[in-house]
Design a protein around this ligand. Structure first.
Ligand code: ARG
Length: 620
């Protein structure tokens, strides 16, 4: 991306071939990311983050200083500027193990540590911390690589997310799985993994007997299916009322479940009409939410129907499922309660019917064998933790999922109303997701009009949608996934603080610098000179992007990406206050370097927001 004046020449790339003494290091290395350009023994050129590079250099120095392996440098970002940029704390633990003085060991490690051209200052602090201050010229040079992404060991990652039940309309309870899962799909795809999105929609429970019996009534009266199903919520309530009040209807509903599951054509046709309407509704919500789930990602519960008996047979043959009161049950000692009673998971009811657990086991097998997953991520409410544990343990024992396939349930907390109780309408009903999104855009429109009265109709609609939807998503994604959080319109729509509007606004500000300068930001290229402390802070932040993505990809907590973007925007704002760009008297090299920092900041913000599924705009 940098032109001919670039300080970066082939010869200046860092040769680290001597690091590849052991294969173990090599395989750890290929797994990681990519800001530092490196020329290993082989011909391939790979990029790694600064953190990864430091980790390797320090690990080598530790080995040379006689620390027995495995030894961890225990590298972390420094909490305070006076402690440098990174801090390696590994000397203390190693000294304890070696029964030697930690400061002396830290000194020995420093004697072997080669960070020429990378660090401008190395020092030992306190009981044996090694503080590392990065070199400004090194940071400037690294920024020229930072747009190159490659993944040396791409995995096939199946992501199960959103997965609503189709009997009713999507409600606020479906928001978290939908947007957190989508963020992980985007991040892993960006890193070069093969992501397979799987929307495990619930289309196969006993409720469907009741729903198709109700639909049959409506159609019998000459009503069109999509009209009858215009409001799924209401339709569900209506059929439930029928079911409770009318014994004949209830009998029919029960008979229809059995007929449906055994493939009866009439019931199947009714069911299909219902499903089509419900799915169309969900796809509309995904579009509104800027979530990448399409028709082709649906692998609903019913799609495993033909394999359920096979699952039972396999579990029975392996002695895992046993008869209990006429039902088939897997008893799991691994999840025994405090009295030592094993945890039961019913896989077939006494009448022969299959359950949620049965389809999840068939589904697991499908993901391993047919989709060839290396890693399977489930984004499901914390209340299903026991279910997921049962499925995973049984899946392992039955060898549906071999040990090398990673099975991960990434649970999340509940979205609460202002009263601290699960989010409800004033009347106490569930809030439809569609209604929530409409309200978000309406509220955003009011704000946008207030902030910028010059905006025109089409722009207002577009900006309001991006701001409103972005605000809802960001408010959720920026909270620690596993916690409950309180839904607060005013906080999420604020233009100050850690919010989507703040980040979107920061982006528009940078873009306006280029408009003012009459320079095309895309393709703008100039050598970077890092001089002022604010320039250094910004450059260093820009270079942490890959590190943060590695973190998100590994632990599936999107809030670290949000925190990063907020810090990046704040670093940009301080830079822009302290380091004039377009003012008179700024020499051309400095001006171009600063414009380059502006362009990189805008790109990172847009890129980062895109990975959260949030859109940016040129003005707001
Ligand atoms: N449909 C389920 C529900 O709404 C969630 C399904 C999650 N995925 C899975 N493989 N169990 O509770």
């Amino acid at each position: 991306m940098i032109g001919a004046e670039s300080p970066t020449e082939e010869g200046e790339t860092i040769a680290i071939s001597r690091l590849f003494a052991s294969l173990a290091l090599l395989s750890a290395w290929v797994n990681l990311q990519f800001a530092v350009k490196i020329e290993p023994i082989s011909e391939i050129t790979v990029y790694m983050s600064i953190k990864q590079l430091l980790n390797q250099r320090i690990a080598t120095a530790m080995q040379q200083a006689g620390v027995p392996s495995p030894c961890s440098p225990m590298l972390a970002l420094s909490g305070k500027p006076q402690f440098g940029d990174y801090q390696a704390n590994g000397a203390m633990a190693a000294a304890k193990q070696m029964k030697t003085n930690p400061r002396e060991l830290a000194q020995k490690i420093l004697d072997h540590l080669d960070l020429d051209g990378i660090a401008s200052k190395l020092e030992i602090a306190g009981p044996g911390f090694i503080n590392i201050t990065l070199d400004n010229a090194f940071l400037a040079q690294q920024l020229t690589y930072s747009d190159e992404v490659a993944c040396e060991q791409p995995q096939t990652v199946v992501i199960d997310y959103s997965s609503p039940n189709l009997a009713k309309e999507m409600h606020v309870g479906h928001l978290r799985s939908t947007i957190i899962g989508d963020c992980l799909a985007r991040v892993l795809e960006y890193q070069g993994h093969q992501v397979i999105r799987q929307n495990h929609m619930g289309d196969w429970g006993t409720q469907f007997g009741m729903l198709i019996a109700e639909l049959e009534l409506h159609l019998g009266e000459g009503e069109q299916a999509d009209l009858a199903l215009n409001d799924l919520e209401q339709f569900y309530q209506q059929s439930k009322k029928h079911f409770d009040a009318d014994a004949e209807f209830a009998d029919k509903a029960r008979a229809y479940v059995v007929k449906l599951q055994s493939g009866d054509a009439h019931c199947r046709a009714l069911w299909q009409q219902f499903i089509d309407v419900s799915v169309a509704h969900n796809i509309e919500i995904y579009k509104q939410l800027n979530v990448g789930l399409l028709q082709e990602h649906i692998a609903a519960e019913s799609s495993y129907n033909d394999d359920l008996q096979n699952v039972i047979d396999s579990l029975t043959e392996q002695g895992l499922a046993v008869e209990s009161d006429g039902a088939k049950v897997v008893f799991l000692e691994e999840l025994a309660d405090k009295n030592g009673e094993p945890s039961p998971m019913i896989v077939q009811k006494s009448g022969g019917g299959f359950l949620y657990a049965t389809s999840d086991l068939a589904c697991l097998r499908h993901r391993v064998n047919t989709l060839q997953a290396d890693r399977i991520l489930y984004f499901i409410d914390a209340r299903q933790s026991l279910h997921m544990k049962q499925v995973f343990i049984t899946g392992r024992k039955a060898n549906f999922a071999p040990p090398e396939v990673s099975l991960e349930h990434h649970a999340f907390g509940t979205m609460m109303g202002p009263d601290g109780k699960p989010f409800k309408t004033r009347a106490g009903g569930t809030v439809k997701l569609a209604d929530l999104l409409v309200e978000a855009v309406e509220r955003a429109e009011k704000l946008v009009k207030e902030k910028n009265p010059d905006l025109q109709g089409k722009d207002i609609a577009d900006i309001s949608r991006k701001v409103g939807i972005g605000a809802i998503k960001y408010a959720d994604l920026s909270k620690t996934r596993t916690n409950d959080y309180i839904f607060d319109w005013d906080a999420m729509l604020s233009f100050e603080g850690n919010t989507a509007p703040y980040l979107q606004y920061a982006y528009t500000r940078i873009r306006s610098i280029f408009r003012k300068a009459n320079i095309q930001a895309e393709g703008f290229s100039a050598p970077i000179i890092v001089q002022q402390p604010q320039e250094k802070t910004l450059a260093f932040k820009l270079l942490q992007f890959d590190e943060v993505l590695n973190q998100v990809a590994a632990d599936c907590y999107p809030h670290s990406l949000c925190t990063y973007l907020y810090e990046l925007a704040s670093a940009f704002m301080s830079f822009y206050e302290q380091c004039p760009v377009l003012k008179d008297g700024v020499d051309t090299d400095t001006q171009h370097s600063r414009l380059m920092l502006c362009a990189l900041s805008a790109n990172r913000l847009a890129q980062g927001l895109d990975l959260l599924g949030i859109e940016v705009m040129e003005q707001m």
